[in-house]
Design a protein around this ligand. Structure first.
Ligand SMILES: O=P(O)(O)OC[C@H]1O[C@](O)(COP(=O)(O)O)[C@@H](O)[C@@H]1O
Ligand SMILES: [Mn+2]
Length: 672
């Protein structure tokens, strides 16, 4: 047989080389057609559930809870199953058991005899819920998720044939055996985890995992274990990535914010960053008098903690002034950033204690600048330099931080297009005229999608490139992403950090937002953006976080006629006063999109004991009449193209261009 295709065959059988390769995987007509049937069956399944979260800001307990309850998905399944056959309290208890099986089992207060009954009832229920949440997936995908020790039993119980005679006995027998062998607890925990895993097929994080709250590292550990995930970088993630990559200004920012929220133990104990030299320097350099604006946020000062909080405030102040000097170096290197107005240390009259901001003179609330030489205000003292060097080594060498930052790189990006939605933390910077705002990178002007692609490349270069010049370019871009006016992760004219610490006049604290934020109700703007990313403007959505939605002031997370969704309702406790809720999340399943709002999460303990679920309102955004199938998703698109290829392969077999390779037990044809 010849591999040459002639005449009309060229049109019907494309790329014979590729098909020959494919034939290795599907060596017979039977094998290829079986796979086509499998793929077709997958295409017909309902689309998996996507779960979108944003601006978690270190609030690991609320994050864990929302991950566990899947923003109400599990509770809805329980309602579907047991609508009127279980009491509210029973449904709530079942949901809490699924979220916190270990804790709930520890709290069981019933005697031996009743216990076996309790196990039986609950095992039945859990199996039913598990069946329901896994029904969207192929058997093979479901099996792959089974924990090894229970794989066989789970397979039997979940795929139990409805027609089996004595089904009830068979079922009971298995469950009795689990109970008799004292494996019920382990089995319950396994099945609850499985339910949680099946409830969501894909998790999207729209940025700002880090800062303000106590446990961003714990969140990263949870994300590491998650079965299917993407992360869109937020400005607060970028500073940790940049700090780990060795950007000194970002190291200073990370320490400053961590001190501001009194979580230095995160750096010291959990990331192993040695803060002792900085702490000693801060104690030696700054007095107790002018610390007011540097005292940690959200901490009540008592007699007992006063000295410790003063020390944190001194660290906070010391690192902030170091930050101002380090940032000036970057701004100086990059006139194209247009950020000269942020080089404020030379705008200070150190004698008078005043500063010029935008041409206006303001009094400073402190004159204590012992490390600043008024003639050379941006030069680090020898001691500061040494501290920065040591901190830099510490950040770059922290194994745990590198581990987390690598996850941010591998799962993360500036933006993502997924199933017809554009996911992006901040904004697409715009001019007031409605044009994309240009950003200068290396002498070239970029805007819209191209700018994001280039910035993403640079952010990767900053961590992965060892050439000092290229690395520095990347690192500087990462700093720009944190606070640059045309940064898609920030999008404000300035970050008024200095003003907020040192000037009392509130007007200097304002951070003017990019016109995007004022005009993002404008459908035309959002359509222009979606188009730039190659999306269908009729059906796609832009999904943002970054700016808290002020629900109390009547703001809606649904904007631009539903084309833009903003899901930062503020997990961050510090921001809940402003938003009035504890965050929005988004669920996109085969029936449509649901925006879910959450009440403030008080504590895991309360969630367990009082069985409090914080999901309150569900706003239905789109409810499709016919369910969306895998065929309608990005995966479906890939699968359809695989089906096409396999049809071609079958055609090639049938037309005699490729020979079937039947595996025989005795003859190994490849060996002499
Ligand atoms: O209230 P804090 O924690 O001091 O943060 C205020 C700063 O955070 C920012 O809002 C950036 O953080 P977000 O990305 O969470 O908005 C800055 O614009 C502002 O200067
Ligand atoms: Mn943000």
């Amino acid at each position: 047989m010849t591999n040459e295709l002639t005449g009309s065959e060229v049109k019907t059988i494309r790329d014979l080389d590729y098909l020959t390769l494919l034939a290795k995987q599907y060596p017979t007509i039977d094998a290829a057609t079986t796979e086509i049937i499998n793929l077709q069956a997958i295409l017909d399944l309902p689309k998996g559930t996507e779960h979108f979260l944003s601006d978690i800001h270190g609030e690991f307990e609320s994050f864990r809870h929302v991950l566990k309850n899947a923003s109400g998905v599990i509770r809805n399944k329980i309602n579907d199953l047991y609508g009127n056959t279980l009491r509210e309290a029973e449904k709530r208890a079942l949901a809490t058991l699924i979220y916190y099986p270990n804790e709930k089992l520890d709290m069981l207060d019933i005697n031996e005899r009743e216990l076996s009954d309790w196990y039986k009832v609950h095992l039945f229920r859990l199996i039913e819920v598990c069946k329901r949440v896994s029904s969207k997936y192929t058997r093979s995908k479901v099996r792959k998720a089974f924990p090894k020790e229970f794989a066989y039993i789970l397979d039997e119980l979940l795929n139990e044939n409805e027609d089996r005679i004595n089904k009830y006995d068979y079922y009971n027998k298995i469950i009795d055996t689990i109970i008799d062998l004292d494996r019920s607890r382990a089995f319950i925990v396994a099945i609850c985890n499985l339910i949680q895993r099946f409830a969501v097929d894909r998790l999207h994080i729209i940025g700002d995992i880090y800062d303000r709250g106590p446990g961003a590292d714990i969140i990263m550990d949870m994300l590491k274990e998650y079965h299917s995930l993407d992360i869109q970088w937020g400005n607060h993630d970028m500073i940790w990535m940049g700090a780990c990559a060795g950007n000194e200004a970002l190291i200073a920012n990370v320490i400053r914010i961590t001190a501001r929220y009194n979580h230095l133990e995160l750096l010291e104990d959990r990331y192993g960053i040695n803060l002792l030299p900085l702490a000693t320097f801060a104690m030696d350099t700054y007095g107790n008098e002018e610390l007011k604006n540097f005292m940690p946020r959200g901490v009540e000062i008592t007699e007992k903690n006063q000295r410790e909080m003063e020390m944190v405030a001194k660290i906070h102040k010391a690192i902030f002034l170091i930050q101002m000097k380090l940032e000036a170096e970057i701004i100086y290197r990059h006139p194209e950033y247009g950020m000269n107005d942020r080089m404020l240390l030379d705008m200070i009259d150190y004698e008078k204690g005043t500063i010029l901001v935008d041409g206006m003179e303001y009094a400073l609330n402190s004159k204590e600048f012992p490390t600043i030489d008024p003639k050379n205000p941006f030069i680090l003292t020898e001691e500061e330099k040494e501290i920065v060097d040591r901190l830099k080594r510490s950040f770059m060498n922290s194994l745990r931080l590198n581990d987390h930052v690598k996850l941010l790189y591998s799962k993360g990006s500036m933006y993502k297009v997924f199933n017809g939605n554009l996911l992006l933390h901040g904004c697409i910077p715009m001019e007031a005229s409605g044009e994309f705002m240009p950003i200068m990178i290396d002498g070239e002007e970029y805007h819209g999608k191209r700018a994001l692609d280039e910035l993403e490349r640079l952010a990767r270069q900053g961590y992965f490139n060892n050439d000092p010049v290229l690395r520095e370019k990347g690192l500087d871009a990462m700093w720009y992403l944190w606070c640059g006016p045309a940064s898609p992760l920030f999008g404000k004219k300035k970050m008024a950090t200095f003003e907020r610490y040192y000037i009392e006049e509130k007007e200097t604290h304002a951070e003017e937002k990019n016109p995007y934020y004022k005009d993002r109700e404008n459908i035309k703007w959002i359509e222009k953006i979606l188009e730039d990313f190659g999306l269908d403007i009729e059906t796609s959505h832009l999904i943002n976080g970054h700016v808290p939605v002020k629900v109390m002031k009547g703001e809606s997370p649904i904007k631009a006629g539903g084309k833009l969704l903003v899901i930062d309702g503020g997990f961050a406790k510090a921001y809940q006063k402003e938003t009035g809720i504890a965050g929005y999340t988004l669920i996109y399943n085969s029936h449509g999109m649901n925006l879910v709002s959450h009440e403030p999460f008080e504590s895991t303990k309360k969630a367990i004991i009082e069985e409090k679920d914080i999901v309150s309102t569900v706003m239905v955004l789109e409810s499709v009449t016919s369910r969306r199938r895998v065929a309608d998703t990005d995966t479906g698109f890939e699968l359809k193209s695989q089906v096409e290829d396999l049809l071609q392969l079958v055609n090639a077999y049938r037309k005699g261009y490729i020979k079937e390779m039947i595996q025989t037990a005795y003859i190994n044809e490849t060996k002499p």
